[in-house]
Design a protein around this ligand. Structure first.
Ligand SMILES: [Zn+2]
Length: 175
């Protein structure tokens, strides 16, 4: 998270609040709720404090590239083990420049990229997309052999349905 921009902050004062301060994200903004009697100095002090707290909370929750690699290793072990090193990618990483697709694989250099939009989705959906891209290292096209490999994952149909539902709302293909 280098070069993180400072988010737009909206401070809302509440007469009913006495001492409690809270903050949450609302779209691109961060809303900070403070008691009405806070001074300007207290307000700015608390905004900084709540932004730091929010960033710490999200940093702990965010799935890292390391986690992606670990999940991929486990999926290879469970579903693609007999293919040995053929199923092992050179790298697996999160990308933010891939809004039209959930994941992509370049068999030539054995790299896999996963859309950041999957970061907040359930584990079993992320695992389906990972397995899909890993299977492309073995079978590049979407042929019967490919779908047999992917079909070893018990939640393939459910995950595809889930992603189609999200795509219908947000516009991405499940490739
Ligand atoms: Zn595919």
């Amino acid at each position: 998270m280098s070069g993180a921009r400072k988010p737009v902050v909206e401070v809302r004062r509440s007469q009913r609040r006495r001492r409690t301060v809270s903050a949450y994200r609302e779209g691109e903004r961060v809303v900070v709720l403070i008691p009405d009697q806070f001074s300007r100095a207290e307000e700015s002090e608390w905004v900084d404090r709540m932004l730091a707290r929010l960033a710490a909370r999200e940093g702990r929750l965010a799935r890292s590239d390391t986690e992606l690699s670990e999940r991929a290793a486990r999926l290879i072990d469970l579903y693609l083990a007999e293919h040995g090193t053929q199923a092992v990618p050179a790298s697996v990483r999160w990308v933010t420049n891939q809004n039209g697709r959930w994941g992509s694989c370049t068999p030539a250099d054995r790299t896999i990229r996963i859309s950041h939009r999957l970061r907040d989705m359930p584990d079993w959906v992320l695992d389906y997309v990972l397995l899909h891209e890993l299977a492309h290292l073995i079978v590049p096209s979407h042929n019967a052999e490919f779908w047999t490999l992917v079909g070893r994952y018990p939640r393939t149909e459910r995950a595809r349905g889930y992603l189609e539902g999200v795509a219908a709302v947000g516009g991405a293909s499940s490739d």
